[in-house]
Design a protein around this ligand. Structure first.
Ligand code: MG
Length: 160
């Protein structure tokens, strides 16, 4: 077994939607980012890479690389999963938390879980997506941006 954690933050800018967990969520702001700014998928990618001992998302998908400009972060996630599978590593548990005053994410959680279950080839009951506010404190509380944290457990057995 190998465990990894990931953390990501993106600030808001003018816009009309957010990408969170691969879901397009209508909102009165957007994310300032080189890619689509999907904080949740970025935190999950970093947790997966961390557990695998493969560095971090910036090493694999540098924001100086035009190839990832405006990238769909689900493609980043799928690329990370492929790196793990090449090494006989499979995610067997995922827990994540998104910190945001708005938008409310609870109603989007089932769709996010379904997307992650498909990409990770993992049963939905092994994936948990939580949302919390920051009680109006700090950058999340002031609605300057959103943070996400993820923890994963990888199975190292190559027999699956
Ligand atoms: Mg990011």
């Amino acid at each position: 077994m190998r465990v990894g954690n990931g953390y990501d933050v993106h600030a808001f800018e003018a816009g009309d939607h957010l990408m969170i967990g691969g879901q397009r969520i209508a909102f009165d702001k957007g994310f300032r980012a080189h890619s689509d700014g999907d904080v949740l998928l970025h935190a999950i990618c970093d947790a997966l890479l961390g557990a695998a001992g493969l560095g971090d998302i910036g090493r694999h998908f540098p924001d100086t690389d035009a190839a990832w400009k405006g990238a769909d972060s689900r493609h980043l996630l799928q690329a990370v999963i492929a790196l793990l599978h090449d090494r006989g590593l499979h995610c067997i548990s995922l827990d994540a938390t998104v910190v945001a005053e708005r938008p409310k994410l609870a109603r989007h959680a089932p769709a996010i879980v379904a997307l992650l279950a498909a990409d990770l080839s993992l049963a939905a009951d092994r994936i948990n997506i939580k949302a919390t506010t920051s009680e109006r404190m700090g950058f999340c509380g002031r609605e300057e941006g959103i943070a996400a944290m993820a923890t994963v457990l990888l199975d190292e057995s190559a027999t699956r």
